[in-house]
Ligand binder design. Structure first.
Ligand SMILES: [Zn+2]
Length: 336
């Protein structure tokens, strides 16, 4: 397959030199759902040297309409997403060194992986891990491409530690709703559009054409035909605890991490997140998937066989299970 990369090399900004660089680089993708599989396929086809994928989930039927690497067979076998992805990716390009971890990424287990990584791609589905990654890539000085999508909308921003504002600064300036794919759904083109933005930026970083990077936040709504880019250069805050002059990396501290515990004898899991929630917004969103009751202090939702109670300070009780794994999945599906 001598001419495997010929068309990519023919593209002047990549060239033979760029292709060689791509083949020497190591990319880490956090998450192997819709964004993760599409990003992974693109990188493997482009000939990245090494790819590491971290994901904690397994393949389910409701993934198939948008998570492009997976097949019905993966579903029947309930394969972990990272394992199924590796199988398909190796068939696409056997020259790529693919390493996968079936685990819930956190500070402790991601730090050693990050040591020889040239680029991190965000393909996660919740902001707890994104804020943690935001701190981690700044502490380790690794470029990171944020991406998120829900419904027919999406956004992406390229974070270069020491140069651009961080995710925290961006989101302080442009608040996003907490809507999730499990509450308002998603169409596959929204995924593809985010991935197109993430991957073009990724190739620029891998061939080291940093001047070509997009400095703006891009947001779009494919259904309503909206496309915006927003200049974020002024959003960088000198006092930001992540990208400011005296960083403290708050999301790498134990106290700020979301904690979960089984409440003994109550068939309930308690989740303590440090993020305050907007009960009105949550009520609106969650009433589409179950019966919601709300008072000024909390909101409760009947969801399948579970009852979920969400307090204003971010604390959540999941009644009807003593599985941390299950409760965590429900939590991220609903709260995002
Ligand atoms: Zn910042």
């Amino acid at each position: 397959m001598d001419n495997r990369y010929s068309r990519q090399e023919l593209f002047r900004q990549v060239g033979k030199k760029g292709q060689e660089k791509i083949q020497q680089k190591h990319v880490l993708i956090i998450g192997c759902g819709a964004l993760g599989t599409a990003n992974a396929e693109s990188l493997v086809r482009a000939g990245v040297g090494k790819l590491t994928i971290v994901d904690r989930d397994y393949v389910e039927p409701s993934n198939l309409h948008r998570q492009q690497l997976f097949t019905e067979q993966d579903c029947f076998q309930q394969l972990p997403k990272a394992i199924a992805a590796k199988e398909h990716l190796s068939q696409i390009n056997s020259n790529v060194d693919i390493q996968v971890f079936v685990m819930d990424g956190n500070y402790t287990n991601l730090l050693p992986i990050l040591r020889d990584v040239d680029l991190v791609i965000d393909a996660t589905d919740n902001f707890d891990i994104r804020y943690m990654m935001n701190d981690l890539v700044h502490q380790e000085n690794v470029p990171w491409i944020f991406g998120s999508c829900v419904g027919s909308t999406g956004m992406s921003f390229t974070v270069l530690p020491g140069k651009t504002p961080c995710l925290q600064c961006i989101l302080d300036a442009t608040p996003v709703s907490g809507a999730t794919c499990d509450s308002v759904g998603i169409i596959a083109p929204a995924v593809q559009m985010v991935v197109a933005h993430q991957q073009s930026e990724a190739i620029k970083i891998l061939v080291e054409d940093f001047t070509a990077l997009r400095s703006k936040l891009v947001t779009f709504d494919l259904w309503n035909n909206l496309y915006h880019t927003v200049d974020m250069t002024r959003s960088k805050k000198e006092r930001c605890p992540t990208c400011g002059v005296n960083p403290s990396y708050p999301y790498l501290q134990y106290e700020t991490q979301t904690k979960m515990e089984v409440l003994c004898g109550r068939n309930t899991v308690q989740i303590r997140a440090k993020r305050k929630v907007q009960l009105d917004e949550l009520e609106q969103r969650l009433s589409r998937i179950g019966k919601v009751n709300k008072n000024p202090f909390l909101l409760s939702l009947e969801y399948a066989t579970y009852r979920i109670v969400i307090f204003k300070d971010g604390r959540v009780l999941v009644h009807g299970t003593d599985s941390l794994e299950l409760a965590r999945n429900i939590y991220y599906q609903l709260v995002g």
